[in-house]
Every structure is written in C-alpha cells, then in structure tokens.
Design a binder for this molecule. Sequence first.
Ligand code: ADP
Ligand code: MG
Length: 730
Amino acid sequence: KDSFSNSAVNIRKIQRPQNADGKQSRIADYFASNVFDLRAMVKRLSSQDLETMAKVMKFGGKIDAQLAERIAAAAREWAMEKGATHYCHWFQPQTGATAEKHDAFLWFDKQGNPIERFTGPELLQSEPDASSFPSGGIRSTFEARGYTGWDPSSPMFIMETENGKTLYIPSVFISYHGHALDFKTPLLRSNKTLSLEAVKTLHLLGEKKVHYVSTSVGPEQEFFIIDKELALKRIDLKFSGRTVFGRKPPKGQELEDHYFAHIPSRVQAFFNELEVELYKLGVPIKTRHNEVAPGQFEIAPIFESSNIAADHNQLAMKCIKSIALKHGFVALMHEKPFAGVNGSGKHVNWSMSDSTGRNLLDPGATPHENLVFLTFLCAILQGIHDNADVLRASIASAGNDHRLGANEAPPAIISAFLGNTLDKILNALETGSGDHVNAEKIMIDLGISHLQGVSKDNTDRNRTSPFAFTGNKFEFRAVGSSASISYPTTILNSAVRDGLAKINAKLESRAHNGIVSDNHLLIILKEVIKETKKIRFEGNGYSKDWLDEAEQRGLSNLSMTPNSLAVLSDVNKTQFLIDADVFNAEDIESRLAIQQERYIKQSLIEVNCAIEMAQTQVLPVCLDYLEKLMENVKLAKELSVASPANKIANEIGKEVSHLYSELNSLKLQYEKIANDESFEHHNLNNTTEFIAQNIVPKLVELRNSVDLLESLVPSALWPYPKYSEMLFGI
Ligand code: ADP
Ligand code: MG
C-alpha cells in the first residue's frame, strides 16, 4: 500500500520526548506532565489541603475561599514554572465544541509595579460575555450574563502550542439564574443523582458500606484523515465537513482490507505526535487503528470517570484536528463525510462502580455479588425501556441522520443486547416459579452463582446493537463521532437513575429493617424483566426483519432528527430528567430549541455548499465540455468522419438539463426557508420537518445527478477532488 502513497514526500518527522542522556523517555515519564493533578500539587500544598482536594476530585464537594486562594497561588506558580503566561476558564457551550477566553496573569501591586497574580476568586469564577453562545431562548441578549465556574473534579492543565502556553481551568457555564448553559453542568448533576439512587439500592441490598457510585466512560473516537490540499479544494468539506457530492470509486471498503491494516507511515507520524500531546495532557490513549472505511481511523483511551472522560474526549478531538493540519491532513469528525463507505461513530463504553472500587456491571464471584449485578442490569433495562425515545433524541443531529440505520451503524431503534448467557438467565427468571421463590435454588439452577464466564461469552459481541452489554460495561454505539459525549452520557445516567428509583420503590416496599431478602429481590427482578422485555434484542439490528419486528413490539423508530427531537416537547417523556434534578422544564425546552437550530443551520450550510458547487463548478465545467464536444461534431462533419461526439453530447446534454432542473427545484425549496426570517425563533418544529421532508430528499436528487455527470465528464476537467483521490493514497 505504501508504495502507492505519497507519504514518503512529506512526512513530518516527530521525535518522541527524550531524556537528558538523549534516549527516548518512557511514556510514564511525561504522562500528565502538563496536568495540575495531585502529583503536581504534592510539592505545593499542605497535606491537609491535598487530602481535601483528593476527596473533592473523587467525590465532588465545595472548595472554600481560603483553599481556593491557596490552590490558585500554587497553580500559578506551577504554570509559570512551565512557561504559562495566561489562564482561561475552559467550558463546553452547546455548540459541541469548547470555549475559552484568556486572561494574562498580569496585575499591578499597590505601588503600581507590574506583578503576576492569580487569585482564588479568579480561579472560582469568571464572567465571559455570553451573548453569542446558544441558549435556546433562556437568556435574552439584554441579560446576557453567563458565568463560568471552576469544576475542581477535573484537573487544570496547560495547553501548549508553538506560540505560547496557557493554564486551562475546566469549568461549568451557567446563567445568572442558574440555568445550565453547557454540557458539563448537567453531566455533573446526573452523576450526582445517579449516585444517590444507586447507593440507596446497594443499601437496600445490605451493602451499607458503600457511600458513592460513579460512572466510568471510555469513548472510542472514529474519524477520517484526508490530504489537506485535496480537502481544501472542496467547498463542501471546507464548510460543512461532509461531501455533498462524490461518486463512489471503483473500489470502496468491500475487500475489508483497510480495517486493522498496517497504519500508513504518514498517518503513523501523525499518531505519534497526537499521542505525545495527549499523554502530556493526561489523556490515556490506549489504542489506535485503521477503521473499516478507506481513510478512516480510530483511537480509544483507557476509561475514566465520565466527567474527565468527556473533557478528555474534547481535548482528543481538538488535538486530532490541529495535529492533522501540521501533517498536511484534514481530520474529519463528521458522522458521514463520504457516501457509500462507513460513517464515523463514537462508541461510549459506560459502566458504574462504587466507592469500594467494584464495577457494578461486572458479574462477581459470589451469588450475592451476582444478585447485585442482576439488580443493576435490570435497573438499566428499566431505564432504557422507559426512556428510550429521549435517549434516541440525545444523539440526534443532522450528521447522525446519514449514519444511523445505514447498514453500518445501529438503526434509530433503541434496543439492548445482553448476550446469550444473560439473555437465557433473564428468560429463565421471567418464566420461572411463581411468587414464592427459593433464591438459593434458582441461583444454582440458573447458574447465577457463577457468572464470571459472562465476560468471555460476550467477546462474540453484537455490533449491530445501539446499546450492547460487552462483558462488564454497556457500549452505547449510536453516538455520533462529532458529538460531545457529555450529553448522551447525561441522558443515559438520568435514564438509569430513573430505573433505579423505580426498583428502589419496589425494594423499599418489601424491605425489613432496610434490607430486602434475596427471595423478595428475585420477585421484583422478575417483574422488571417481564416489563422491559420488548427492549431486549439479540438478533441482527441491521436487518429489515428487525424493523418489522420492532414495529410489532411497539418500539419507536425515529429515523430523522426532527421527529426524534419532537419527544422532548412531551412532558411525560422528559419527566425523568426533571425528577433527576438534571434539567428543569425550561432547560429542556431550550435544549430542544438549540438542537433544532443546529439541525437547521447545519442542513442549510450543506445546501449552500451544494448549490454553490453545482452552480459555479459543475455546471460551467459540463457546459465547457459540451462546447468542446460540439466543436468535435462540427469538425467531424467538415471532414466527413464518424464521431461519437454527437451521441456523447446528447447524453451529457440531457443530464445537464436534468441537473439544472434539480438545482432549481432545490433552490426553490431552500428559498422558502431562507426568506422566512421567522423560522429561527417561532417555527422550529415546522422548519426542521420541512428540511427533513422537502430539502434533504432534494439534495439527494441533486447529488445523484451531479455524481452521474462525474462519470461522464473527463476526470481532468472535474472541478473538485474525487473520492478516489481523497480516500486513497495517504
Ligand atoms: P472495542 O473496539 O473492541 O470495543 P476498544 O479497545 O476500541 O474496544 O474500546 C473499548 C473502550 O471501552 C476503551 O476505551 C476501554 O477503556 C473502555 N472500557 C473498558 N472497560 C470499561 C468499563 N468497565 N467501563 C467503561 N469503559 C470501559
Ligand atoms: Mg473499537
């Protein structure tokens, strides 16, 4: 493969960090070297302060003004030693990206001499002008105050560029009235309430020592890498991140020769630099490999607590993009940058563990541990079953619409895969003995006392399920590659909290002295298994049969963003988010509006790209070629020689007319929206529906026409790089 690539020409050589003696450093020597973590604090804080920080970082909690002052001073010292000149509150507005505004450490002392300063209040809070961030109508511009507040559970770090270093303070972003304007605040809230409910469950099962439950996440990040020069020649890639046109090359991914293949040298150089950067930032990237589609790659970290994993995934996406550019690449995070080959997802691997360090989704060694495991499994099923539609809405985006259900990613139907062993056990529990159970006997009969084989059983995993149990965690596979994982994780946490709350109510009604017997527990689990059965699916999620079966089961199949978002205006469906104290009704309304606006804007940017490319690139090139053909016809006539030019011109002429009419009919639909100034604020439901029903299909028609012409017009004349150039040869 390398012999065909141009990689030898322009590989950016990257040296891994070296020791003083010129030898390559071990990763462990520089891992998290740019992070103000407990190791960095040891030298600068008292042991008492350290202990407080360690607790807050793990279990959350408040930092008082004096401690904040001491931490700010220590962080500034540390950061300045490393060459930082500025600090910033780093937050996650609902654009899906991150935001930052830098402040210099510069100040003046009483005598007016310049000094460096960074105070407790400056660490704790900042007030950026928030008027230009999406708020979904919560904040009108005249009251544009938004506050960023330090999130001490995620460590500060130094972002290093060739042109300077800045201390980053992971922060929440809230309005003057306390509304969450970001993705981090709700995630933190959902972790907190999930913990409360899960601890209650564990106490009811007799595990009184547990005082905290946290969620862990390991997101697998897929993306495409394209040569920068080629990518920049395409209006659509430059502005929308997706190719709106492009004919499938003679070969795509059918030979399955890209998946796990040798990483091309030029990409390897990119990976080297990416990993060094991310390691310094404390992002524990573990795997890297070629993905299924040509030009597609993936990295995955070692899982971490969900809040930190979400911050780290943002850093990973940022570094992937910026380091790709240094290597003459463009990295595409879009869910479906190329038609005809796989799109990109972000599998969110998710689990819960308690304050004793036990993973609650890991079947244990004793019968009791396995009952705990089954209880949590059932709570998850209950949460997913009852809140599937909102979970679906949490991953809705214009980009993901092109991926979900496209024979490469799970369909838009939410179901859960458990694997053979667990499926059998749940079925047996469901149909087993009546209301009087002998837990001990059941556990032996069903093999519940020895479940440790389950993780092995699940190596043969189902890749077609949107929510699959994979041994000791669930894998939420429907999340889009460009999305912030915070939001889907928040909704998942809240759904599971809801499932736990419902089970807790049942447990409480049967508890004696605050503890439920194994027999009673099994009766309750049996009820839950029965009630949630329709959400479980072990078969092929990509098959047509499943669509029919799911419909019969009464599962929703909300295939497009507009209809999937619509559930957010159904108060019955969103009540669990309010119960979880994650959002209030106004928050939900505003999130809905923001997601709808994003859908509209992204779709219209794509339409703009398509119109511009068709009108200013494809049509003129086709007409030029037609002119040439006509000259050929004329010449052939004069010389009385046979020429196919007339036929070719005829064929192309027809297609060009077709293209012209498709272009006009797309423009017609587009103008209906573009001229309706009210759509953004008053008419979001109608506008999103209009786009899905009338514009998206028109864009497909236009694409078909353009792509057909791509096969008829000489390659040398074609106005933008083709799939065959972009997807191969790096
Ligand atoms: P695969 O592609 O085979 O699913 P990867 O190694 O690409 O596996 O990614 C699996 C991800 O799941 C990694 O980020 C890993 O750290 C994460 N993971 C493993 N165990 C857990 C767990 N208990 N909770 C959350 N995430 C986990
Ligand atoms: Mg993977």
